[in-house]
Design a protein around this ligand. Sequence first.
Ligand code: KG4
Ligand code: ZN
Length: 365
Amino acid sequence: MRILGIETSCDETSASVVEETGDAARPWAIRSNIVASQIQIHREWGGVVPELASRQHIRDICGVVERALDDAHTAWPDLGAIAVTQGPGLVGSLLIGVAFAKAAAATAGLPLVAVHHLAGHIESLVLQNGELPLPAVVLVVSGGHTSLYLVEKPGRYELLSRTRDDAAGEAYDKVAKLLGLGYPGGPVIDRLARAGNDRAVALPTTRLTHADRNAPELKGDLDFSFSGLKTAVLRHVRAREAEKGVGTGFTKNEKPLPTPFSESEIADICASFQRVVVTALLDRLFDAARRYQAKSIGIAGGVSANSRLRAELADRGQRREMPTFLPSLQLSTDNAAMIAAAGLRKLRAGILAPADLNADAALAL
Ligand code: KG4
Ligand code: ZN
């Protein structure tokens, strides 16, 4: 059986054909995975502009789906179902994928499956590595989310904790903007950090010991928080500017002014920031694994592309004899193959979308 996956939750228009293999240990194979990124469009504005994103999805969706079918040597009658991201995400962007998928499913007479974007990220791990040893603790860490899940059974995701404020990817993007490094911030900070001293700047690590007022069912001590860290970087930058008698900041039209920092100072800030983020993510992840007696650990989402996070995950896993899993770099950032995979999981559980399916920007998992 082949399924067509469609993903338009943020600034990537993506379509993919994924096939069931019949092998229970490695259930899915990717036949095609096309991603049209809008990064060039949003870069100019320093972040994703929702209205521009939905307009570009409309322009790209038909061509992206055609390419995905062509690359997979698949025609509409060869498909068994369509899966689409229902949420969470930008509502205008989600609507393009949902409307397209509903129309295509109705026209081709195919069942439609609605997928939660984060379920897609979690299943990217299975798509890449085969079924994980369960129970597994999985961290989904991206520009919009930093959430820790317990997976006890395939397709069942229990939220253990999440960020109280900024997502880790959002912190990368904000710090990069502050340093005038452009958008998105993750890849550039990752690259510059390699040349820096990660102890050069003293930055705080946040530990949350109390329950979240807004989510009392979550215990609290596994929660994340990155806005304080971002502010600490801002304070450091402003203090150094004051010492030098210059200012960075932004002009009225949001264009970054030239920074007064040398390359090595920028590298040190990037490395110090990255050390704190990676340590915070991995400490909670391994704490949770111990608490829930996990047999494996996974990290998915855009930030899982981070080179330090990948290396330290493997290293800590080896030291504790804990199997660890990551998606390939291509499956780390938003893509439709992971949506197709999560869609197959739901289809096999008999969960189909209603004919009046609507996008949900704040969909819960
Ligand atoms: O999963 P994703 O493509 O989109 C969302 O659902 O948010 O994640 C994008 C996020 C951005 O914040 C970007 O800065 C971050 O992932 N990112 C990285 C790296 N590559 C992308 N963060 C740290 N290191 C990287 N190498
Ligand atoms: Zn994502």
